[in-house]
Design a protein around this ligand. Structure first.
Ligand code: FAD
Ligand code: MLT
Ligand code: ZN
Length: 468
């Protein structure tokens, strides 16, 4: 291995092949997985990525691509063998082109998502991908996980926002698919193989992204009600009234909101009395603020009059809108501070969400007295973060030992409702085992055939996505 390391140093420079102080790279965001990397390699551009991957292939060294390291399922954490390198994309952070006329930008994989949102705004455009980790996750990581976030309802997943890709294949060749086209039916659309492949098929080095007109106005409200069924009715009502202007619809149980208020005491006060369920919703468009406000308020008044919601707080300023959003965005961090929880990222058809919640909650309470479900997520997409915190007083190791049993309770209902056991975070090393339970043998076999065709030496992110 010393031969490999000295050749890697010759390629990248001594300061970009790190073998000490690796803690920030070796542990995942949730602190659930810690690996032992052989080294952290930090190439500067696509050519250096290609040279490094070629070197890895020659020495049979496995590669774990890493972006912002915000994966919720240990996707960017190596194993404990000390034989795998982390390939950090952080230095590939150039914007190669931005074209307001074509509504596209061509960017390198290590650009931080928030930087790209801000760049688009400077050109009076919107890059709509938006999620709690946007200040540190990278566009390459977003593409590799096909990230979702809070505006999928209107703009789709990351997959829907990518027009072109540049990928370094596991043998070191550079596959250039960087076209800025809206239409191109010239054979298999290869970029889609790499979107959502979690670093198992190649290293994404650059992408062409779609831009949209920048919104000039936005309206935000927090509504409170008694049952998830009311949330579904509200979704129908708001979409009917606002059409394409309706961009986000996020469900939060009272436990989720209370957790944020406990760990972030500066959070805004919401309602005079507690309600079991809340949604945060948003509309935006390119027209006058007053016109948007009028339509939004009229729809919410109808919802109140018909008993679809019990109370509502409409933001009266941009500052208040941001405060309301922070309640939603701080849930993950509050859960992290609160301690052990068994995390799920499930999807069912949007219309089945209330039935799903009503079926699973009693099953959990029957299995574990005092269990604390923390349910929130992207109701507009049928995607819930159905997290389960330990019953009060139960130790973290004891609760973690229950993971498989809790998973079966939740995920068997998901499967029965034709849902997904991983809607937007991917599989990584946390959920790849569940493939064997919830995917058909033929689906897994076809995935393995794709993997073997592109990465016959199995060097790219082993132990992730596919079951071992
Ligand atoms: P990493 O964590 O570094 O890597 C993720 C996976 O992608 C790994 O398998 C890695 O090997 C691979 N990878 C990374 N870069 C590349 C590359 N250039 N080429 C090939 N493979 C690569 N996710 C959502 O979908 N929706 C949310 O709303 C959401 N909210 C979040 C909120 C918080 C507070 C946090 C911490 C995470 C959240 N996530 C969410 C999960 C996570 O942020 C996203 O999945 C994000 O897209 C990961 O980006 P990253 O750059 O951090 O990738
Ligand atoms: C979110 O929607 O907040 C994220 O996907 C992260 C999480 O599951 O907590
Ligand atoms: Zn989410």
């Amino acid at each position: 291995m010393s031969d490999f390391l000295s050749q890697a140093r010759a390629l990248l420079g001594d300061t970009h092949v790190l073998t000490s102080d690796l803690a920030g790279y070796a542990t995942d965001w949730r602190g659930k997985f810690t690996g032992v990397p052989l080294a952290v390699c930090r190439p500067a551009d696509t050519q250096q990525v290609a040279a490094l991957v070629t070197l890895c292939a020659a020495h049979s060294v496995c590669i774990v691509p890493q972006g912002g390291n915000t994966s919720m399922c240990g996707g960017a954490t190596p194993d404990s063998s000390g034989q795998q390198i982390i390939l950090s994309l952080s230095r590939l952070n150039r914007v190669r082109d931005i074209s307001p006329l074509n509504n596209t930008m061509t960017v390198e994989a290590g650009c931080v998502l928030q930087t790209l949102q801000e760049l688009a705004a400077q050109h009076e455009r919107l890059f709509p991908l938006s999620l709690g980790a946007e200040g540190s996750c990278q566009i390459g990581g977003n593409i590799a996980t096909n990230a979702g976030g809070v505006q999928v309802l209107r703009f789709g997943n990351t997959r829907d926002l990518v027009l072109g890709l540049e990928v370094v294949l596991p043998d070191g060749q550079v596959l250039n698919l960087l076209k800025a086209l809206r239409k191109d039916n010239t054979g298999y659309d290869l970029k889609h193989l790499f979107i959502g492949s979690e670093g198992t098929l190649g290293v994404i080095t650059a992408a062409v992204l779609k831009l949209f007109p920048a919104p000039r106005s936005r309206a935000v409200a927090f509504a409170a009600f008694q049952t998830p069924q009311q949330a579904l009715e509200l979704l129908g009502l708001m979409r009917g009234a606002m059409g394409d202007r309706f961009t986000a619809f996020e469900l939060m149980s009272n436990a989720s909101v209370a957790m944020v208020q406990r760990y972030f005491p500066a959070s805004p006060a919401l309602f005079a009395m507690p309600y079991p369920w809340h949604v945060l919703m948003q509309a935006s468009d390119g027209g006058e603020q007053s016109a948007l406000d009028n339509a939004f308020q009229a729809a919410l008044e109808t919802a109140l009059e018909h008993g679809v919601i019990d109370d509502v707080l409409i933001a009266t300023s941009e500052a208040q809108a941001k405060e309301l959003w922070m309640v939603r965005e701080n849930i993950s961090e509050a859960q992290q501070l609160d301690g052990a929880n068994i995390k799920h990222d499930i999807a069912v058809p949007v219309s089945s969400v209330p039935a799903f919640i009503e079926e699973v909650l009693p099953l959990l309470h029957a299995a574990y007295a005092g269990v604390r479900p923390v349910v929130y997520g992207h109701l507009g997409d049928g995607n819930l973060h159905f997290n389960v915190s330990s019953p009060a007083g139960m130790s973290t190791p004891h609760w973690q030992a229950e993971t498989d049993r809790v998973n079966v309770i939740v995920l068997d209902v998901v499967a029965r409702m034709q849902g997904s056991f991983s809607a937007e975070h991917g599989l990584g090393q946390l959920k790849n085992h569940e493939m064997a339970m919830y995917k058909t043998p033929l689906e897994i076999d076809v995935m393995r055939r794709v993997k073997n065709a592109l990465d016959p030496k199995l060097l790219m992110n082993p132990g992730k996505l596919l079951p071992n």
